[in-house]
Design a protein around this ligand. Structure first.
Ligand code: GLA
Length: 747
């Protein structure tokens, strides 16, 4: 009875608003894009426009909500519902699918109210929708960042349904089930749609390929549980009208902030409209939502560029540095990592020597990787044991973290350390003590990925343990309360397999989501309590590369593949969505056929680091490296904080070129790489972008080997920005694996 009364009240309030709200227009605007929503005569909310900003707001009134025309010419009174629902007259993939506590699977959402408020960097539009038969509310959020042309959107779902005794087997615990839930829904009507996706695997991250979308659905997703990527990355581009191109054409670029199972559904419908649904992957994940609990979807971030992906990327880079990535506007540290130098085989003395090598190179920090923890039978001397036991290995490092900090202090570099705190090896004290803290089906054979399992972060006790592990390492070795562990590389190698949590009991289908939320709880606590410790995200290479995790991390490891040729493609791919500042690139011994100069020049276009032993290098190479590190530090403000212009794609040529320009346009750096030019291949000049056409720039090739003279014909000369952008420089060569770094300084 009470339920009935509630429903009728909701119905009354809906229809009362309906009379008032029909035709209400809600514009969500950036400097170049309009997303216009409108309340239909039925009081439901429709998208009536998404594209280049309309000059006259008065034109909004002409935008029809019933955008569909039936094939016989009659209007079929159906629009693009902003957050369409399962079980309705909407025949395509819904934004949300709910099973109510009485087993009913239909949901209809009606406009209730909306408001707009100023937030950091832009305007947030909050729209409240509600079902008229069930006490279910959905709140849509859109934050528009005008200057960056970026819109960030997410949704919140809450209900106040009662457990239905008659339907006990459907909702035993009074929960509704979110059978699928998306962050938002976007529609486009263009003659053609071309999807560019970023497929991946270990050591093959962010590989770009395009295909035309035709009628039906294309789904891109992951089911890895603990990471955002392995076989596909959480970002995509859609060329609207033509394939996405760097310099021209309309393109949508979108990315979801979720370090777990996400899904993009791109569906071309019967009238040729493209429907895009970014959201959580519903696979084995019907979420059981308690009454009164707010379910917040991941954020979906998108931009629309009318001048190709290059401009779209710059908008995303700017937005990310200003509003999303942790410490996005602060400088970054260069480093020397010991992983490929030593793997698990090191002791205090070896590390102390590497710290001295770090100083010789001129980098800011020494980073100690895997292998420093675990004792006795569980010593971490390989990848089979020790994960979970975060006590320093006494045999290798008798002085512990304090002695390592002392050695780093003595060498004159900062000290950073690797952790993988969400994981456990069965061969560990932690596993023996808390087998119930691990995600796995005990009545099945265990499937191991790199000999490890994932801790159950849905469990608050495990969250607490992981937080304390991190806090303990960060405070170990402190002097006068100041942590001397100045940096974390936070790894996560295993996806979730055989999913089951003793903690989740009758809500196993919540585990994929609650696990990720538990990870974020720990990460945000670490950020709050250790605000000055920069941290690198890593996940068996570039498996964690999403904008939610980057709220808590300053940068991410793009790939274990540091072969410079492969890196040109990987860095080209990631740069579509992420600023160079967030992308870690290290010089290693992968591909020794490439010179140290080539390898370093490739890493220098991102956040520079090394994983290389100086003992294998000759004096000239060491001198070159010292100069290159100094140049990178000197030009960090241009490379990491400037505007990036991708000039020549490795996908379309045997070369790659990119230039960065400082905010004042006083400085620019051009990176030009030759991969494997053909015999007598005609070379084009590289035309720069983003310079001030009226300024005059002096051209200087830098990062040269000691004693080597530049062979760049324009070296040392002065040209106008106009000339450099229209005519360009002879920066490419006929040599394989050859590179040039060119500094341009306005006079
Ligand atoms: C992962 C990372 C590597 C390294 C190893 C250590 O594979 O991607 O960089 O840290 O773990 O085990």
């Amino acid at each position: 009875m009470k339920h009935l009364l509630l429903s009728s009240l909701a119905l009354l309030s809906c229809s009362a608003t309906a009379a008032f709200a029909a035709n209400e227009v809600i514009p969500i605007r950036t400097n170049s894009t309009d997303l216009v929503l409108k309340v239909g005569p039925n009081n439901r909310l429709y998208q009536v426009y998404l594209g280049e900003r309309l000059l006259n707001e008065s034109d909004y009134q002409h935008l029809p909500w019933d955008v569909y025309a039936a094939s016989d010419g009659s209007v079929c009174q159906r629009g693009w519902e902003v957050y369409n629902t399962g079980g309705s007259e909407e025949f395509f993939e819904p934004a949300i699918d709910i099973t109510h506590t009485d087993g009913n699977t239909t949901t209809y959402l009606y406009y209730q109210s909306h408001e707009q408020r100023t937030v950091e960097g832009g305007t947030e539009t909050i729209i409240r929708l509600a079902d008229n038969r069930y006490p279910v509310q959905v709140t849509l959020h859109y934050v528009a960042y005008p200057e960056q042309d970026v819109i960030k959107t997410w949704s919140e779902i809450v209900h106040h349904e009662k457990a239905d005794k008659k339907a006990r087997n459907i909702a035993p615990n009074g929960c509704i089930q979110l059978r699928s839930v998306n962050s938002a829904m976007l529609y486009f009507r263009r003659p053609q749609y071309w999807l560019t996706e970023f497929s991946s695997d270990w050591a093959r991250e962010a590989q770009m390929s395009s295909q035309q979308l035709q009628f039906g659905k294309k789904v891109v997703d992951t089911k890895l549980g603990s990471r955002a990527a392995m076989h596909s990355h959480p970002f995509f581009e859609v060329g609207l009208g033509q394939p996405a191109a760097e310099q021209q054409g309309e393109v949508l670029m979108g990315t979801i902030g979720w370090t777990g199972n996400w899904r993009y559904t791109l569906e071309v419908d019967n009238v040729g409209a493209l429907r895009i649904l970014p959201g959580l992957n519903p696979n084995t994940s019907a979420y059981q939502l308690k009454a009164g609990e707010v379910f917040t979807t991941p954020e979906f971030i998108f931009t629309i560029s009318n001048q190709g992906t290059s401009l779209g990327s710059r908008h995303l880079h700017d937005w990310a540095r200003k509003y999303q990535v942790r410490d996005g506007e602060k400088p970054r540290m260069s480093l020397l990592n010991n992983w490929e130098n030593t793997y698990f085989d090191f002791d205090q003395e070896k590390l102390a020597n590497l710290m001295k090598e770090a100083k010789t190179l001129g980098v800011d920090m020494f980073l100690l990787d895997d292998g420093w923890f675990g004792n006795g039978d569980h010593a971490r001397n390989g990848d089979t044991a020790g994960l979970g036991d975060w006590e320093v290995n006494h045999a290798k490092l008798p002085g512990g973290v304090p002695a390592l900090c002392d050695a780093a202090d003595a060498a004159g570099v900062k000290f950073g350390i690797w952790i993988e705190p969400e994981m456990v090896n069965p061969m560990s004290d932690l596993f023996e003590k808390h087998p119930d803290w691990v995600i796995r089906q005990t009545n099945r054979e265990t499937y191991y990925y790199r000999n490890q399992l994932v801790l159950d972060l849905a469990n608050p006790a495990v969250q607490e343990y992981v937080y304390q592990v991190v806090a303990q390492i960060l405070t170990d070795g402190s002097v006068n309360g100041d942590s001397r562990v100045c940096y974390f590389k936070w790894d996560c190698n295993s996806p979730i397999t055989n999913i089951y949590s003793p903690y989740c009991k009758d809500k196993q289908s919540n585990l994929y989501v609650d696990h990720v939320r538990g990870v974020y709880n720990v990460m945000s606590r670490v950020k709050e309590n250790f605000p000055n410790t920069p941290m690198m995200l890593c996940s068996g290479g570039g498996g964690r590369c999403d904008y939610e995790a980057l709220k808590y991390f300053t940068e991410f490891w793009c790939s274990d593949d540091t072969d410079p040729i492969e890196r040109l493609y990987i860095q080209w791919g990631f740069s579509q969505f992420f600023p160079a500042k967030a992308m870690c690139a290290h010089v290693t011994d992968w591909n020794r056929s490439a010179s140290v100069k080539f390898r370093t020049d490739v890493a220098s276009m991102c956040k520079l680091g090394f994983d290389i032993g100086l003992r294998h290098l000759n004096d000239d190479e060491i001198k070159y490296l010292q100069g290159a590190v100094a140049n990178w530090h000197r030009l960090q403000g241009v490379i990491l904080d400037g505007q990036q212009y991708r000039l020549v794609s490795p996908y379309e040529s045997n070369h790659m070129a990119v230039n960065y320009v400082s905010a004042s346009q006083q400085k620019a750096v051009l990176f030009a790489y030759d991969i494997h030019p053909r015999y007598k291949e005609p070379l084009s000049k590289v035309r720069l972008q983003g310079l001030d056409a009226t300024k005059r720039y002096k051209v200087a090739e830098i990062n040269l080997m000691p004693g080597e003279a530049s062979t760049l014909s324009e070296n040392g000369k002065v040209f106008s920005g106009d000339y450099l952008m229209k005519v360009g420089l002879d920066a490419f060569s006929q040599e394989s694996q050859h590179s040039r770094v060119i500094e341009l300084t306005a006079e």
